[in-house]
Design a binder for this molecule. Structure first.
Ligand SMILES: [Zn+2]
Length: 104
């Protein structure tokens, strides 16, 4: 007797700030990868489906994207690790981290 099935894995790859296609807000979006693996006797053998999607944290709207777009977004996320997806320089006059402006 052979027991086989599938098992789904969900990975959160990055969090990106972009304009949502659903609500139009420049909100944080999670980039997720969903991998479905073929299992034999409950042992996952190989992935047979990999899907990418972004989800808006503001309205919860999800959009499936092709792998190429996911790669692009991941590269963007890696390039702008300060959490700035718009490529702007940090604003001057912002208190540097580690300094408490309320401390005398
Ligand atoms: Zn949204």
């Amino acid at each position: 007797m052979i027991i086989f099935g599938t098992k789904g894995y969900l990975y959160q790859l990055a969090v990106l700030t972009m304009v949502c296609g659903w609500c139009g807000n420049p909100a944080a979006h999670t980039l997720r990868k969903r991998v479905t693996k073929f299992t034999l006797f409950f042992v996952p053998l190989f992935p047979f489906s990999t899907k990418y999607a972004t989800q808006c944290t503001f309205c919860g709207g999800e959009r499936q994207i092709p792998k190429e777009e996911a790669d692009l977004l991941l590269a963007q996320a890696a390039a702008g690790q300060d959490g700035n997806a718009y490529g702007q320089a940090p604003q001057p006059g912002v208190t540097p981290p580690g300094q408490n402006p309320y401390q005398r």
